[in-house]
Design a protein around this ligand. Structure first.
Ligand SMILES: NC(=O)c1ccc[n+]([C@@H]2O[C@H](COP(=O)([O-])OP(=O)(O)OC[C@H]3O[C@@H](n4cnc5c(N)ncnc54)[C@H](OP(=O)(O)O)[C@@H]3O)[C@@H](O)[C@H]2O)c1
Length: 206
């Protein structure tokens, strides 16, 4: 697949490396143009190139949102029209501002993202624990200690994302629709919980 990133910091670079290693073609972008990413893409291997924001939404199979949550509404709300999107962002009041609708769970943060980007399909994934741990947690399919990455979404796109997760060395755990994805948000019970599918199920049943 062709997979682009809006945001090329910790999350963008860690996932780009894993996706490229699995054979996908990756485009990294930020606000400062492709030249600012030259050294980074060189360090990530031949399947990774740098682009501008227009490249991130041109002829891509998946677009990964990997920016601070408070930057989302700086993007044009039509930018992701017709795009398949992975939302890897998290809302943190300390960083993103005291917003009652998220703090009081009036809306799940990824449901907000899906509503904001008109005409996009959004799946929440890769947000629930620190990406610095991803490389050491990669396991072959069937390994008893394979870590599960929770996903949430309403569209069949979720299955594509779950297959991608499997390809890069993780189980995918389906946590249901976006509207109820509170458990895997930054204030949820399994946030920061690096665990197998069985362990996640036990924790969520508590
Ligand atoms: N760090 C983790 O382990 C982790 C794990 C899971 C989820 N998350 C979540 O994932 C998101 C990204 O985290 P991170 O740690 O990767 O952050 P980061 O290292 O600070 O990187 C953020 C990236 O977003 C870019 N950016 C910011 N505003 C932008 C905009 N309006 N348009 C395009 N690019 C923009 C920044 O580049 P420029 O400023 O140069 O444009 C930078 O490349 C956050 O919501 C975070 O909560 C983080």
């Amino acid at each position: 697949m062709k997979i682009s990133f809006i945001g090329s910091g910790n999350v963008g670079q860690a996932l780009a490396r894993l996706f490229a290693k699995a054979g996908h073609t990756v485009t990294l972008t930020n606000r400062h143009g492709k030249n600012s990413l030259t050294e980074i893409v060189q360090s990530l291997g031949k399947n990774v190139t740098a682009g501008d924001l227009t490249d991130a939404v041109n002829d891509q199979d998946l677009v990964v949102l990997a920016i601070p949550f408070n930057s989302i509404t700086n993007l044009d709300d039509h930018l992701l029209q017709g795009q398949n999107v992975i939302d890897a962002t998290n809302y943190f009041p300390q960083r993103d501002g005291h917003l009652v609708k998220f703090i009081d769970h009036e809306i799940a943060s990824s449901q907000f993202v899906a509503d904001y980007f008109k005409g996009s399909k959004v799946v929440k994934a890769f947000n629930s624990f620190g990406v610095k741990d991803l490389p050491s947690l990669v396991r072959t399919k069937g390994a008893l200690d394979r870590t599960a990455i929770p996903v949430a979404g309403d569209d069949p796109l979720k299955q594509t994302v779950m297959t991608l997760i499997d390809q890069i060395g993780f189980d995918a755990y389906d946590d249901g629709p976006l509207a109820t994805s509170f458990a895997i948000q930054a204030d949820g019970p399994i946030f920061g919980f690096e665990a197998t599918t069985a362990e996640l199920k036990v924790k969520l049943a508590d």
